[in-house]
Every structure is written in C-alpha cells, then in structure tokens.
Design a protein around this ligand. Structure first.
Ligand code: HEM
Length: 224
C-alpha cells in the first residue's frame, strides 16, 4: 500500500482513530480500577494508593505502556483534527434536503467538539496530577512514597474542581457513546449478529465508566 494510502486517506485515518481509540478505552478501564482505590479514605487506604502510584510511575513495563499511551493520545487528537478538516472540505455546503438527525445523532455529528473538550480536560487533569507526581514537589508519606493521595484529596475539596470533573465526564460519556461502536465499524467489524451486541456494550461502557470516574471527586468532596 502506498504511503499516502496507509496514512493519508480518510479511510486510513478512521482506521487509526479506531485503533488508538480502543486502546484509550482499555486505558480508561485500568485507570478507573486504580483510581477507585481513592474511595478508601482511611490512613491505610491513602498509603496503599501512594504505593500503587509509585509502582505505576516506576515499573519499567508500565512506563513503556505509558509512552504508548501518550503517543496514542496525541495521534488520536491530531488524526481527529485532520479528519474533521477533511470532512469539512469534502462537504462545504449542506445538501438542501439534508435533515440533521435523520440518520445520525447530535453527539455523532459533534465528535470533534466533544474530543476537543476531552483534550482540554486532559491538559488540566495532567497538569494537576501527572505533572505534579513526576516533576512537582510532593511531600512524602510515612512509607517514604510521594503523597499523591493528599494532593488528589486537597484538589477535590474545591467544589468548582469537582464540578469541572463531573461536567467533563458527561462530555466523555457522549464522546464514548458514539466513539466505541463507531470504532468497530471503522475496523470493518460489521456482523448482523454481533453489531447489536457491540452497540449495547458500547452504551454500557459509555455510561458506567464516566459515572464511576465522576463518583470519585464527588465522594472525596462529600467525605473531606
Ligand atoms: C475522577 C477521575 C480521575 C482521577 C481521580 C484521576 C487521577 C489521576 C492521577 C492521580 C494521575 C497521576 C498518576 C500518575 O502520574 O501516574 C492521573 C494520570 C492520568 N490520567 Fe487521570 N484521573 C481521572 C480521570 C481521568 C480520565 C477520565 C482520563 C482520560 C480521559 C484520565 C487520563 C489520565 C492520563 C492520560 C494520565 C497520565 C497517565 C500516565 O502517566 O500513565 N484521567 N490521573
């Protein structure tokens, strides 16, 4: 396949969007599972979370996967941007008879906007926690690990931060609602029997994952 066909065509872009998007979905499950430990606000729970965070930032294999993750986020965002520009150029004027919503959802048509909002959330989120964990000046807990728990708990004593997280998870939910099932279509995985199952799993995933993510700041705020 010519280089332009592999990287440049809108079909190839959709393919890469789907692959990186599904990888990011698996990251979300792992990240949520790790972060649910934050719900245990006992002193032992705090120490456990800090030990977990140390493992996640120092274990070589996890570090390697993290680099793939950063590359996937950047690629997914950049590819999505190119795809949105390409689509706009291909259809500069709406067909006169086109009726928005006839065979698509509003969130399916707003994927670029929803994706941009998720990216804005991610930049704020990574500056708040990830940057501080790696390069900030966090205190140490009694086990000698960086006290990431206290940073998270302190951040979520601010109602507007909690509100930002809850709103961002609503945006993420709509992005996933379209993105999850659309990824399977882009990969050509269409089947009369399995496509409805994939759609249902997609709806479940798009609701459950953001709801549990949103629960964490709300829980920490209420129990502070
Ligand atoms: C309440 C929800 C969330 C909490 C409490 C949370 C907490 C954290 C914390 C404490 C870190 C720093 C840990 C480290 O550097 O290893 C982190 C990193 C990160 N978070 Fe979240 N997170 C949440 C939701 C999300 C969501 C929804 C996304 C994606 C849309 C996300 C994406 C990331 C990424 C990409 C990193 C960097 C991971 C790495 O370096 O491997 N987080 N998060």
């Amino acid at each position: 396949m010519a280089r332009s066909a592999l990287l440049g065509s809108s079909l190839a872009k959709k393919y890469w969007m789907a692959l990186t998007g599904l990888f990011l979905c698996t990251f979300l499950i792992a990240h949520l599972a790790g972060n649910l430990q934050l719900l245990d606000m006992s002193p032992e729970g705090q120490l456990k979370f800090n030990a977990y965070a140390k493992f996640m930032t120092t274990f070589p294999l996890v570090k390697l996967v993290s680099y793939v993750l950063y590359a996937s986020i950047l690629f997914h965002a950049f590819d999505g941007f190119l795809l949105a520009v390409q689509n706009r150029k291909a259809r500069p004027v709406k067909y006169a008879h086109e009726k928005a919503g006839a065979n698509s959802t509003w969130y399916g048509r707003q994927m670029a906007l929803l994706g941009t909002l998720v990216l804005v959330f991610l930049i704020i989120h990574m500056k708040t926690f990830w940057y501080e964990m790696h390069w900030g000046e966090l205190g140490l807990d009694v086990d000698g690990n960086k006290d990431l728990y206290t940073l998270v708990a302190t951040v979520f004593t601010q109602w507007w931060y909690v509100a930002l997280y809850v709103m961002s998870m609503l945006v993420l939910a709509y992005h996933l609602l379209h993105g999850f099932q659309s990824a399977f279509q882009s990969l050509g995985l269409n089947h009369p029997r399995y496509t409805p199952v994939i759609k249902n799993v997609g709806v479940f995933f798009a609701v459950i994952v953001p709801v549990f993510f949103a629960l964490i700041p709300v829980w920490m705020f209420i129990n502070a």
